[in-house]
Design a protein around this ligand. Structure first.
Ligand SMILES: *Cc1c(COP(=O)(O)O)cnc(C)c1O
Length: 494
């Protein structure tokens, strides 16, 4: 399947090529030429499959150039790294809430679902598209992508990984996870700034023609592990299908009945995957976009104006502390009737003026598929405390934002549709704030917080957290945001 750029001036011959390249050279994002469909017969077949088989079934609709059997075995091996080989179990946590727990992988966040598979997709993608150079993966991270990418790609042949995170913008556990990373091909750098600064720096490096030529002379080409890469997005589409199948199998819904998903959102990658699932034919009613105090998306869905000229808030859900949601570009592209010039114009306005608007008609169209709202800091922490008291279930700070927004959505609209909340991280990654929410206060030390959460709630501490305590810090470099390109060269030349 051919992939086109949202800005119309680049394309990729096939999915393999789109994944290997990561970003389009015109600054846009690769999107499939059209949405492949999953028929109701295929959805029925999926009911009896294990997760990795469901995933392969969905993925191969886009990744036609990948051999089916090979892709299947890559999915099997990637998802064997999750508890019980299931990256997306759905649990009922109260009378009208289902939670899809996406955090049972190697790094305890939903990013693992894609990043355990991406190394295969990328290596194969290079083979298929004849790329002979070494690949350098650059990732900007709000905390979870970085660790998941490092873990997914560590010691991979012919691939190096470099991660940029905001120096004061991640939790203690997230920071320790990244800075203790093992592997002979990895590098981790803190940037003085926020996530948007990191993401902008990486995007700038990608579109710097001279810099890329310089790398190529050294036998290196860049690729991306952020959700701007279609290879990150595609595996995320699969769990929407899987959750649906699970609800049918447990008689919670009838086949064909529509359901809602509520997604704690930052860069708009996760929820966009749900929109792709809907476009492929999955019966979805509403996709609910939940934000924290950085509620630029809430405002956008309500008013049609995306305005990034606003104060940046550091919150207890740092993985959602984002003001420029990159993947929204893919939605804008669809909304405009796949008009690349309109999309490009809006994205250039965003770059130049920090804002753009869509038409009233487009706002109306959006409201058919989406609803957006946000939860502030107090509401988030209060939700964690109350939910544990009432239901004995421990939410992480990101999932709590989504749960709060789900409750207000259901109250406002009286919508009785079965609703699945995507849980994106283990509460132990955000131990300090989760403990504060449950117990009123918390010690400084993140491991002490973890032990205390375990004492109070009996939720088991993941092995990955326990091991972290004894790992050595390997990376402690902090740089100015205008030094990112230099640090890339330094890493390459090492
Ligand atoms: C990345 C992340 C998000 C936001 O997901 P997007 O795809 O960027 O919208 C939410 N919660 C957690 C825990 C994350 O790591």
């Amino acid at each position: 399947m051919k992939f086109i750029s949202t800005r119309g001036k680049d394309f990729a011959q096939c999915s393999a090529n789109a994944i290997a390249k990561g970003l389009a050279s015109d600054g846009g994002l690769f999107v499939p030429e059209k949405f492949p469909k999953i028929s109701s017969a295929e959805l029925n077949d999926m009911l009896n499959m294990e997760y990795f088989e469901r995933a392969c079934c969905v993925l191969h609709k886009y990744l036609e150039e990948y051999d089916y059997e090979q892709l299947l075995s890559a999915c099997k091996s990637a998802y064997s790294k999750f508890e019980e080989c299931d990256p997306a179990p759905v649990v009922r946590t109260d009378d009208n809430t289902f939670i899809m727990e996406l955090f049972h992988g190697p790094t305890l966040a939903f990013k693992d679902v894609a990043l355990t598979l991406l190394p295969y997709l990328m290596r194969k993608g290079c083979d298929i598209s004849g790329i002979k150079e070494d690949i350098l993966i650059l990732a900007a991270t709000s905390g979870d992508t970085g660790k998941a990418a490092l873990e997914g790609f560590k010691n991979a042949d012919g691939i190096k990984v470099m991660v940029f995170y905001p120096s004061d913008g991640v939790s203690d556990m997230q920071k320790m996870q990244m800075c203790t990373q093992d592997g002979n091909n990895v590098n981790v750098v803190a940037v003085k700034g926020n996530f948007d600064d990191c993401q902008t720096a990486v995007k700038t490096i990608f579109s710097d023609v001279k810099f890329n030529a310089q790398l190529k002379e050294k036998g290196v080409v860049l690729s991306s592990a952020n959700s701007m890469n279609f290879g990150r997005l595609a595996p995320q589409i699969a769990y929407y299908f899987s959750a649906y199948c699970d609800l049918v199998n447990s008689d919670e819904i009838k086949m064909g009945e529509k359901i809602n998903f509520v997604v704690p959102t930052g860069n708009f990658g996760n929820i966009l995957a749900g929109y792709y699932a809907k476009n492929m034919g999955l019966p979805i009613n509403k996709l609910v976009c939940a934000s924290n105090d950085n509620n630029v998306l809430t405002e956008f869905f309500a008013s049609g104006t995306y305005d990034a000229n606003r104060e940046f808030f550091k919150t207890v859900s740092p993985s959602m502390d984002i003001i420029i949601s990159s993947n929204l570009e893919r939605l804008i592209f669809e909304l405009s009737g796949r008009d690349a010039s309109v999309t490009e114009k809006r994205m250039l306005e965003l770059k130049k003026f920090g804002k753009y608007s869509i038409t009233d008609e487009e706002v109306k169209m959006l409201s058919k598929d989406f609803y957006a709202d946000y939860a502030d800091e107090d509401e988030c922490l209060q939700t964690i405390g109350e939910y544990f008291d009432e239901n004995g279930y421990v939410l992480d700070t990101h999932t709590a934002v989504a749960l709060k927004v789900k409750n207000s959505y259901q109250e406002i609209f009286g919508d009785k549709t079965a609703t699945v909340v995507l849980s994106t991280a283990s509460p132990y990654k955000f131990a300090h704030d989760v403990l504060t929410a449950i117990d009123g206060n918390a010690p400084e030390d993140a491991f002490k917080c973890a032990n205390k959460i375990n004492e109070i709630t009996a939720a088991p501490i993941p092995e990955q957290i326990i091991e972290l305590k004894n790992k050595k810090i390997r990376f402690n470099n902090v740089i100015d945001k205008n030094k990112t390109a230099d640090s890339v060269l330094e890493f390459i030349n090492k």
